[in-house]
Ligand binder design. Structure first.
Ligand code: SAH
Length: 423
């Protein structure tokens, strides 16, 4: 390891030049974050603060890291998913931006956790997590680091659910900010970002025509809505499966077919799980599926589709296409699985596009600053990003897109603040 480079474990330093170009390309679509970076560079809010971040190592995350670094932070980044790392970005962050990175695409389980531990060795004052794996390690095997940690930010739905569970059990030892729960994050990144990048992954992996296909979406949260809408836009006959009656009703009234997975399994050509839960598609469903059914997960960890069962009970034909494995069932039917059942939009494509992550990561940057300045009184637990930050990000994003809106007049404001007016 070169003496003047930060600590790192990456796949290939020679990829740095490509990574830098792509990081700069993403930056063109991240004007809100760029504005924050400019201010941070002047004000240095994070001077002397150590951050450990466990996030997808992508061009967009690179621009978040640059922003935190511009604010004076000392940083270590590791991947939040073994398949999502963009090796060129990891190389550029280390070589061009001097940021410590521990990430390699396709790393095994041991390596994945070794990298999280390496990112924690910095002894963070604040953390950034995407899926709660880093916070989990801090609370289980690296508890000696806990006294230094003032708090952190969580990026995703799954992570917030896990953190809330920890908080309920009294296990969470510091405040965590639920960045996912801001409107400017989940209404855009989850819906438009996951929606588009999931389709992108299916194209890259299979080059299938979507028009005329029966496209099954399991789960109708923000991510599921985005995927279902985009599949419909491409001409698919979209089926939604749900366990929540209100969400199912919403899907039905939006014009999607709604049915149980057992029924959908028999008619689907393409299946996407986006539930945040586990064992959504398993043995009983595989056995009902048509020959050549395509399966992918865009929701949670690699347990939404029972990959373990496929591995044990079928004949695998690996890598028949980019990021695609084929499994031959005992009944002769073939099942195609993209990105090993891990997050398909990041495993087989590039994840949410920069234009939406601009807002997600503006929330991360401003929430981290707020936590540092005003977070002293926050109790251990899960906390919301202040509404003013969320609204300000929406305002800046609108402005960057050249759109203007009306302001409330004083008459309107008075009206909203009063209760005397009747019909
Ligand atoms: N770490 C878990 C949790 C799901 S990740 C896992 O990998 O299985 C889902 C999160 O990834 C979303 O909240 C989204 O904000 C983030 N994400 C999507 N595209 C991204 C990109 N291009 N770069 C960085 N993060 C991205």
């Amino acid at each position: 390891m070169s003496a003047n480079l930060p600590k790192h474990e990456i796949a290939d330093s020679a990829l740095a030049a490509t990574g830098k170009k792509r990081i700069e390309w993403a930056d063109r679509n991240m004007p809100v974050l760029a504005q924050i970076r400019e201010r941070f560079a002047k004000e240095k809010p994070f001077k002397g603060v150590r951050f450990s971040a466990c996030m997808h190592v992508t061009t967009e995350t690179a621009n978040l890291m640059r922003t935190l670094e511009a604010g004076g932070a000392q940083l270590a980044l590791c991947a939040s998913n073994p398949l999502s790392t963009q090796d060129d970005v990891a190389a550029s962050l280390v070589l061009d931006y001097g940021i410590s990175v521990f990430a390699k695409k396709g790393i095994d389980r041991d390596g994945y956790y070794r990298h999280i531990n390496a990112a924690l060795d910095i002894s963070p004052n604040q953390v950034f997590d995407d899926g709660c794996d880093l916070v989990n390690i801090l609370h289980t095997t690296r508890t000696e680091l806990l006294p230094e940690v003032a708090g952190g930010c969580e990026e995703t739905t799954t992570g917030v659910i896990r953190l809330s569970q920890m908080a309920k059990d009294g296990a969470l030892k510091f405040p965590m900010i639920a960045v996912n729960d801001t409107d400017t994050k989940h209404m855009f990144d989850n819906r438009y970002g996951t929606g588009q990048s999931t389709m992108d992954a299916i194209f890259r992996a299979t080059n299938q025509l979507i028009a005329g296909k029966v496209f099954v979406v399991a789960g109708f949260g923000y991510c599921g809505k985005g995927v279902a809408d985009r599949a419909r836009g491409l001409g698919a006959d979209v089926v939604v499966t749900e366990v929540d009656p209100t969400k199912a009703l919403d899907a039905l009234m939006q014009g999607f077919r709604v049915m149980p997975m057992k029924q959908a399994a028999q008619i689907g050509d393409i299946f996407i799980t986006v539930t945040g839960n586990r064992t959504i598609i398993s043995k009983d469903h595989f056995e009902l599926m048509k020959d050549g059914a395509i399966l992918a997960n865009a929701g949670h960890f690699n347990i939404e589709i029972d990959v373990e069962w496929l591995e044990k009970n079928t004949k695998k034909n690996p890598q028949i296409r980019h990021a695609t494995d084929e499994y031959k069932m005992a009944n002769g039917n073939r099942i195609l699985l993209i990105a090993e059942g891990r997050l398909v939009n990041l495993g087989a494509a590039e994840g949410s596009p920069a234009a939406v992550l601009d807002m997600s990561f503006a929330n991360q940057a401003l929430a981290a600053e707020w936590l540092l300045k005003d977070g002293g009184n926050l109790k251990p637990g899960v906390h919301e990003v202040p509404k003013v930050i969320d609204k300000e990000i929406a305002r800046l994003k609108l402005k960057s897109m050249g759109a203007q809106i009306d302001n409330l007049t004083s008459i309107q404001e008075d009206y909203l603040n009063s209760w005397e007016h009747g019909s």
